[in-house]
Design a protein. Structure first.
Length: 260
């Protein structure tokens, strides 16, 4: 088993091959969307078939290393446009089709509602007077929640075990299936993962001391959330630059935790 609470600068599939079967409690991640983001160590303009082959490979490794009660929270857009590399795709549906083939079981879908949406300027609407082919586009994202074999598991130390009104309200909001969140605007990497999302997923899907994996750790957001909520983490990030950013954030979060 790889050392816990560490981010490894390596390809996630190679890294997960070093993790034992049935050893991870929860996976929280947001993979590259293949829409042309200019990452420094990743080709985000793959052909559709190549991209989904990659998706199947990493999701297969995740399935192997999840415990029988292990869960996954997968943040992706509802739809994408691969342009001349495959056209418009119902992205969430395609991911779930692959996950079903591997053996994942369905646990729910969270609709993400951005508190202050970032408006994207587009020039593809054409004239409303001659709308022969209107471009109908949904920019929203979601979280697919699935599990390996058994959804119900023994609770160790739940975030919600304190019987307070605020915790009760938070629990009700999280199981409702519409999560409000604030977008990450600091621009630490080319694609930023809002800390709100892993915090919410950790609260409702894991307990203190659980082992949480993020195969696409980026700037370390999932790791920082794990530190705040007393979860162990393992992460992989192919970019050396992003790893350095993540390790700095982790060190700061650990120091703050010690000071609390």
């Amino acid at each position: 088993m790889l050392e816990l609470n560490k981010i490894y600068n390596m390809d996630c599939i190679d890294g997960m091959k070093q993790i034992e079967d049935n050893s991870i409690d929860l996976v929280i991640t947001s993979p590259p969307y293949n829409v042309g983001v200019k990452y420094d160590s990743w080709d985000d303009l793959k052909q559709s078939s190549d991209y989904f082959d990659f998706a199947k490979n990493w999701l297969t490794e995740v399935y192997r290393i999840l415990k029988p009660t292990g869960r996954i929270a997968l943040n992706i857009p509802y739809e994408v446009n691969f342009l001349n590399r495959g056209g418009r795709i119902f992205f969430a549906s395609e991911y779930w089709r692959i996950m079903q083939q591997i053996g994942y079981k369905w646990a729910g879908l969270v609709d993400l509602h951005e508190a202050q949406p970032q408006r994207v300027k587009r020039t593809v609407w054409g004239s409303y007077l001659s709308a022969s082919a209107p471009y109908i586009y949904n920019p929203k994202e979601c979280v697919i929640i699935a599990y390996k074999e058994t959804w119900k598991r023994k609770i160790k130390k739940s975030y919600f075990e304190d019987k307070t009104d605020s915790k009760k309200k938070e629990f009700i909001e999280l199981v409702f299936g519409i999560w409000k969140y604030k977008a990450e605007t600091k621009g630490l990497t080319e694609a930023n993962f809002s800390e709100d999302l892993p915090l919410k997923a950790l609260k409702i899907l894991s307990d203190e001391g659980d082992i949480v994996l993020d195969p696409f750790m980026g700037s370390g957001t999932t790791a920082v959330a794990c530190i705040k909520l007393k979860r162990n983490f393992i992460g992989f990030e192919i970019s050396k630059e992003y790893c350095d950013i993540a390790n700095k954030r982790i060190a700061d979060a650990q120091a703050q935790k010690l000071g609390d």
